[in-house]
Design a protein around this ligand. Structure first.
Ligand SMILES: [Zn+2]
Length: 251
């Protein structure tokens, strides 16, 4: 783990990047942002999983976003999680940057309603609440006061992310919400072990009886009505996609 502190101002914001070692965008964004002037806030950038970055893998021992709060003397990622949480002490706002192989629009992920305030300051339309059964209470978002993760496409340009992060920092400073209404979803399960995704697209409604996957040449049909997300992400083993439902209450 490496921290870079920069910027001046009354508000403090932490930015976590590369919690997954093969997602370099977070590291790149922190390094580029640290050279900018007039951010208006004190920023702590945390380049999290340096050990996994070195070997260009998602993680060394265990998924770095499924082992919080970590352990002082644990394995590589448990130690990282422990140190990251220590660095986040005193930070109300935490933005955790990820990238995904899934072809889907920029998506804010939260695991707790208390992060809604920060989520609303980010000019991104898609907002997804992960229920406890998915991240098992062990994601970084489960800990700091208002922590959001943002998932960007694998090929997203760092300048695009920087623009969004800067707009969010401005909204934090001014206590304003972003002028982008939210499409809100709740993830309640995963579609797993049913072969390869077929005929489905991220955020496009799947109805009961619609084909969703192919398994050994056999077409699998959905037993539920849901919105698929994270189709194509390689970080989740034996998962075709996550199953999300629209949530009016969150928006
Ligand atoms: Zn990630």
């Amino acid at each position: 783990m490496k921290t870079i502190e920069f910027g001046e101002g009354r508000k403090k914001v932490a930015i976590v990047g590369s919690l997954h070692g093969n997602e370099l965008i977070g590291k790149q964004v922190i390094e580029m942002l640290s050279k900018e002037k007039n951010l208006g806030a004190r920023i702590k950038g945390i380049i999290a999983n340096e050990a996994a970055i070195k070997i260009n893998k998602r993680f060394v021992d265990v998924d770095g976003n499924r082992c919080f709060p970590g352990k002082r003397n644990g394995n590589t990622e448990e130690r990282m999680a422990f140190e990251v949480l220590h660095e986040l002490e005193g930070y109300r706002y935490v933005i955790d940057i990820h990238s995904t192989y899934a072809k889907m629009p920029d998506t804010i992920i939260i695991t707790k309603r208390r992060a809604l305030g920060l989520a609303r300051k980010v000019p991104i339309k898609k907002l997804v609440m992960m229920s406890r059964s998915i991240a098992k209470g062990k994601a970084i978002d489960d800990f700091p006061h208002e922590c959001i993760s943002i998932e960007f496409n694998r090929d997203t340009d760092a300048n695009h992310v920087i623009k969004l992060v800067k707009a969010t920092i401005r909204n934090i400073i001014e206590g304003k919400e972003a002028a982008v209404s939210k499409d809100s979803y709740v993830v309640k399960g995963v579609l797993g072990n049913t072969g390869k995704a077929s005929g489905i697209e991220n955020y496009r409604l799947v109805k009961e009886g619609d084909p969703v996957a192919v398994n050994n040449g056999e077409l699998i049909r959905s037993r539920k009505r849901f919105y698929p997300i994270f189709i194509g992400e390689k970080g989740y083993k034996n998962v075709v996609c996550m199953m999300a439902f629209k949530s009016a209450r969150m928006s």
